[in-house]
Design a protein around this ligand. Sequence first.
Ligand SMILES: *Cc1c(COP(=O)(O)O)cnc(C)c1O
Length: 229
Amino acid sequence: MNISNNIAEIKDKIAHAAHKSKRNPEEIQLVAVSKHFPLEKMQEAMGAGQYLFGENYIQELQNKKSLLLAGAIFHFIGHLQSNKAKIAAEICTVIETLDNYKLARTLNNHLEKLNKRIDVLIQVNIGNDPKKAGIAPDDARTLLIQLRDLPRIKASGLMTIPPYDADPERSRIHFSNLRILAKKLTAENLFPEQTKPELSMGMSGDYLIAIEEGATIIRVGTAIFGKRQ
Ligand SMILES: *Cc1c(COP(=O)(O)O)cnc(C)c1O
């Protein structure tokens, strides 16, 4: 299978899962996770109309940004250190992995100088997995309240990576918990510019279940590009 066939197949499956759960497939964004994949593969994806990529590492993101054809859009989905925040702020349209106020403040300062505003998602460790990044569900609320003071940052939703399980059905409870948390926070007006908060959840193994549970952003790597080296 080549990349454009993989993308077409995933889009079919997205549409099917959306209809099954009475959702509009248009409200689900596919992020092609391109970490560790070479530019040629990303160009192939762009040839198939896939312009939105997710990257985890700042150095790799920076190299690719400078070499790729115009038109590529990036979400940052890795662990972001404050000393790399400037580059992420320059290149990305969305930071999906915000999990502390210090980083938010640093980002806001850089964005001020860049005269730019970006969307962020709060990364929540919804399954309390010691191996996963993200803040505890209770702390998401505190962080969102703090973000009200940072005008360059638009809080637009939540992101999570559930504990790994070979059975994708086991992710369902975590996805549904993230949706419930987002609903609660929305009722407190903590996503003030968002009628419906973004929910970034679901990867190659479990994105169909994530869609059934309300995902608006899915992050898919290996199902598009094949196995990572
Ligand atoms: C690598 C990665 C993905 C993609 O994982 P696949 O299993 O290759 O689809 C999604 N989200 C995050 C945060 C990642 O680091």
